[in-house]
Design a protein around this ligand. Sequence first.
Ligand SMILES: Cc1cc2nc3c(=O)[nH]c(=O)nc-3n(C[C@H](O)[C@H](O)[C@H](O)COP(=O)(O)OP(=O)(O)OC[C@H]3O[C@@H](n4cnc5c(N)ncnc54)[C@H](O)[C@@H]3O)c2cc1C
Length: 298
Amino acid sequence: MSFDQLKNLLASADGIFREKEPLAPYTSLKIGGRALFYIKPSRWDSLPAILSFLDLNSLPFKVLGRGTNLLVSDGDLGFGVIHILRMDGKVSVEDCTVEADADVLLGECCRESFQNSLTGLETLEMVPGSIGGAAVMNAGAYGRSIFNFIREVTVLDHEGKERRLFPGDLAIGYRHTDLGDFGVVRKVRMWLKKGVRHDIDIKAKEFVRKRKESQPWNARTAGSVFKNPEGAFAGKILEDLGFKGKARGGASFSGTHANFLINSGTASFEDAYGLTEEARSKARDKGFNLEYEMEVWK
Ligand SMILES: Cc1cc2nc3c(=O)[nH]c(=O)nc-3n(C[C@H](O)[C@H](O)[C@H](O)COP(=O)(O)OP(=O)(O)OC[C@H]3O[C@@H](n4cnc5c(N)ncnc54)[C@H](O)[C@@H]3O)c2cc1C
């Protein structure tokens, strides 16, 4: 298989193409082996041709956003990635509508909405991903999820064609959607409410304070490892099972919040996944089915 056509296509659009690219640097956990290929477009208008090339050549790939919800296996991976982050996308506000290209950070959408006195996204300000990743994961915090606000999503399908989707077209759940099955998220449209700028800023600051108090900040982590089972808290279950602060090799459950996995800097996939699987197995013995919230790419 020759990648020449793809390389030329990306080179002409200021994009990057690399073979056997390590993914660890692109993830917040800093764990992950070599992708079959790594594509970093710099412009949205180059995506349709890239997608149809991958489709025509049956090349398997995954979409990487900011990599803040991923645990990626070590070694040579059987798929490539398209990195959708900080391209030429933008966020714009008109009345109560916020429209953002998927490569924009969720934090930028929050700030833009606050500046326009729009209320809704205050609890999400410090969720550190792209708006595309947030939509796919139905990211949320403190009782609110991004799909409380999303009214429409545009995706690029496997042939690179645009398709508009509405919440009713999707399976949307707690930290889950089937959006990724439709293709690459291109654009998200949210509908917020008018508020008072001063109150919005105070509310957002309060949620940031709460988060910094209860979660390991600035650590190599992918946020919550497991979803909260119905009527229970994953962090409490892990704590009760003695996993708070527990380590395996370079990986450990945080001493600040038991549901956060931390890489000390030397963790392998085996350290991290071995530890989380051990925790799942112990929880199962106690009658809890812990489902992963972070995505495991193997
Ligand atoms: C310190 C910390 C705190 C966190 N706190 C929270 C929290 O409070 N609430 C919460 O919900 N999450 C939290 N997270 C997890 C994470 O930030 C969110 O899930 C975030 O929305 C993921 O976005 P991302 O761009 O990093 O996606 P990635 O991790 O890159 O990818 C996640 C999924 O989205 C897909 N994807 C990404 N972009 C696209 C696209 N354009 N098109 C199609 N598929 C795409 C990927 O293929 C993958 O399936 C936290 C993470 C960290 C590190």
